[in-house]
Ligand binder design. Sequence first.
Ligand code: NAP
Length: 286
Amino acid sequence: MTRTSTARLMDGTGLARRITEQTAAAAADLRQRTGTAPCLATVLVGEDPASVTYVRMKRSRCEKAGIRSRHLALPASIGTAELVDTVTELSRDPEVHGILLQHPVGPHIDERAAFEAIAPEKDVDGVTMHSFAAMGFGLPGFVSCTPGGIMRLLDEYGVELAGKHAVVVGRSAILGKPAGLLLLGRDATVTYCHSRTADLASIVRQADVLVAAVGRPRFISGADLKPGAVVVDAGYSPGNIGDVDFVSAGARASLITPVPGGVGPMTIAVLLAQTVEAAARQLGVG
Ligand code: NAP
């Protein structure tokens, strides 16, 4: 049977706004109780235009939510040792509650070493091995922000996950892989697809829940979907184009995230929420 109705939209912009309002209220409450505003340190290496924009957006949202931000703009020529020292200092600084090291830091730097210099209690972007392992074990900790945002969107729209087949296309450490682990933690049966997957279309067609995290414009079309599938499009390519062909997929899915306005705004909302949570714990009121 062909579905002719169009899918319901999962509105990430609206949900992110509501989460951020709650975060701002929590930040104000924390400031009142402790006399200290939560503080996120942002570290940018070099001047990659996309990274500059992302960091600016994150700082501006922080400010609106009553979170202080301390920005470190480091030259592209910085070496691994110096970057690790800088991040270690932030990890030790009691005035900093969360640390965001903007990816990518440049090919000559050992990015993993720099991430690992972030203290687990300040890893509000969920990039350290500690955070990843905690998520894998289902223990408390900060999750990678985009997958965390995806889970909040699915919950907001009452998507049942237990026993469902979730297919994640993409397996990056910050997005695809943690998204699959979080879905697994909620009792979905998870399949990962990647660039070496054989007959990807036949696997995508089995998905009750599809998470597209590839970075290729309109890589998945409506014809590839199981009718009634829930489609989360985390992909972003220039021109506001997602990994999923929105028009054809929208005619077949039951729920779908738009691009923009789906997963994107959720990422920053989770970052801010985790920063305030980190601050509350470090200030002894969390
Ligand atoms: P990435 O590190 O480049 O990973 C892309 C993944 O897609 C890899 O696992 C790769 O497989 C897989 N892939 C590439 N070509 C494929 C193909 N032909 N068939 C199947 N799989 C293929 O990218 P990322 O950082 O995860 O980001 C993915 C997308 O999400 C990008 O568009 C990015 O802009 C977007 N994103 C959005 C947000 C947000 O806040 N909304 C945050 C982060 C990223 P291999 O592992 O085999 O190479």
